[in-house]
Ligand binder design. Structure first.
Ligand SMILES: Nc1ncnc2c1ncn2[C@@H]1O[C@H](COP(=O)(O)OP(=O)(O)O)[C@@H](O)[C@H]1O
Ligand SMILES: [Mg+2]
Length: 420
């Protein structure tokens, strides 16, 4: 040993030839000029890293060695520092993730509970979160959704309630219609029976040879049979017309026609009847009424019925009139008489089928089917007009109906229009 930081080792003349790294250096010197060995131990037994280089001209080898601990001291230091840093980082990451988890999981749990409550049907529940982040935004969106759902649900309930009410009303109407039909059938059977019985009864008298019939009786019975037949035919025709209107299959042939002419024609038809009872009948049509869109045959039927009723009911020597003028953009036709009038409580009823009043002084119902006014009202309504009565008991009555001046779609019924 010729050099060492600890001079005492040099002075002791230490021989280090036995050392592994020295032997390696000596051995290597023969074929290489430098080398190193890391696992050797020095003479103090310390682990060392050694390097050596040959000095060929002198036949020497210079060997430098350093204890491993000392050599790696810097590396160990930085590893330690790195590890410490890593540990601190890990701790911080753990802390941060715990903190974030706490901040996110709490609100998420609240949100989850809210969703569950709303999902179970509590639509009034609102999630209350003030985290000032995406979760709060989510909760707000969710609340909006719940509100929309609540509104829709409320609307739905209302709709269902409304539909149920409509259905109940429709049901009620159906019931009424069904009851009305039954009553109609019962009344009709009743009305059919009287003239049929008359026809059968009087015919039987003629067929029974044991019954002697005078010429005057024969005439009387035949007249009764004839009148009963006519009455039956009228009844059946009116029932057919009514059922057509109700089934919406009444064909109206609407065309522009003069009201004056239609009224005059009706008056001409009824004149003999009026004359028979010495009734004064007048027709007055305002000059301002231009031709109207109407089904002349049906309006004629309405007029004949109203005039027929008036003449039938008005006592001998009374008067009946028809006045037509323009009012509120419509034609207004009034058929009035000086008859007994209609009691207030019956003003609606007489427009129903088979409803007749025994108001002709003697309490005796005059000839008729009880269908005329019902049918007349339906015909007027098909034209888009209205028919009603204004009357004071004992002071005559005025049956009034309106007709649109411009063609209107009636309330049902099939309408064909020519030259309107
Ligand atoms: N001008 C009128 N004055 C008083 N009552 C009337 C008049 N017109 C109709 N009525 C009453 O209305 C009822 C129904 O009339 P309507 O439907 O035409 O049937 P009908 O003439 O076959 O009896 C009549 O039976 C009568 O009692
Ligand atoms: Mg009548």
């Amino acid at each position: 040993l010729i050099a060492h930081p600890e001079i005492s080792f040099v002075l002791q003349h230490r021989n280090i030839v036995d050392q592994e790294q020295v032997r390696a250096a000596v051995a290597l010197r023969l074929d290489r000029t430098t080398g190193s060995i890391e696992t050797a131990r020095n003479f103090e037994g310390q682990k060392v890293i050694s390097s050596f280089a040959a000095v060929p001209r002198l036949g020497w080898a210079v060997l430098v060695e350093r204890p491993i601990e000392e050599a790696y001291e810097a590396v160990y230091g930085s590893v330690l520092r790195m590890s410490l840093l890593l540990l601190v980082g890990l701790g911080m990451a753990l802390f941060a993730s715990f903190f974030v988890a706490r901040r996110i999981m709490g609100p998420l749990r609240l949100l989850g509970q809210g969703v569950e409550r709303i999902g179970k049907g509590d639509l009034t529940y609102r999630v209350k979160l003030e985290t000032a982040d995406e979760i709060e935004a989510l909760a707000q969106e969710f609340n909006k959704m719940a509100a929309a759902l609540q509104e829709a649900y409320g609307g739905l309930e209302e709709k269902v309630a409304a539909r149920t009410r409509e259905l109940a009303l429709a049901n009620q109407k159906l019931d009424e219609a069904s009851r009305h039909k039954s009553m109609f059938l019962a009344s009709m059977s009743h009305e059919l029976r009287t003239p049929l019985n008359a026809i059968i009864g009087f015919s039987e008298v003629f067929l029974d040879p044991s019954l002697k019939v005078t010429e005057q009786q024969r005439k009387q019975f035949l007249t009764d049979i004839f009148n009963s037949g006519k009455h039956l035919l009228k009844l059946v025709n009116e029932v057919l017309d009514l059922s057509k209107v109700e089934a919406g299959r009444m064909d109206l042939h609407i065309q522009a026609a003069s009201l004056q002419e239609t009224l005059d024609a009706a008056q001409r038809t009824m004149r003999p009847l009026a004359a028979k009872k010495n009734i004064d009948m007048r027709v007055a049509v305002g000059a301002e009424i231009a031709p109207l869109p109407m089904d002349v045959a049906r309006i004629r039927q309405v007029l004949l019925n109203l005039l027929g009723n008036a003449i039938k009911i008005t006592p001998d020597g009374g008067s009946v009139w028809v006045r037509a003028n323009r009012e509120n953009g419509q034609a207004r036709i009034e058929v009035g008489d000086t008859g007994p009038g209609v009691p207030k409580e019956d003003c609606q009823r007489i427009f129903l089928e088979f409803q007749r009043l025994g108001n002709q002084g003697n309490g005796h119902k005059p000839e008729g089917t009880g269908l005329g006014l019902a049918l007349a009202r339906k015909f007027v309504e098909l034209h888009g007009g209205k028919l009603w009565v204004e009357s004071e008991l004992g002071n005559g009555s005025r049956f009034i109906f309106t007709l649109p001046i411009h063609a209107a779609d009636g309330s049902g019924g099939r309408v064909s229009r020519d030259e309107v």
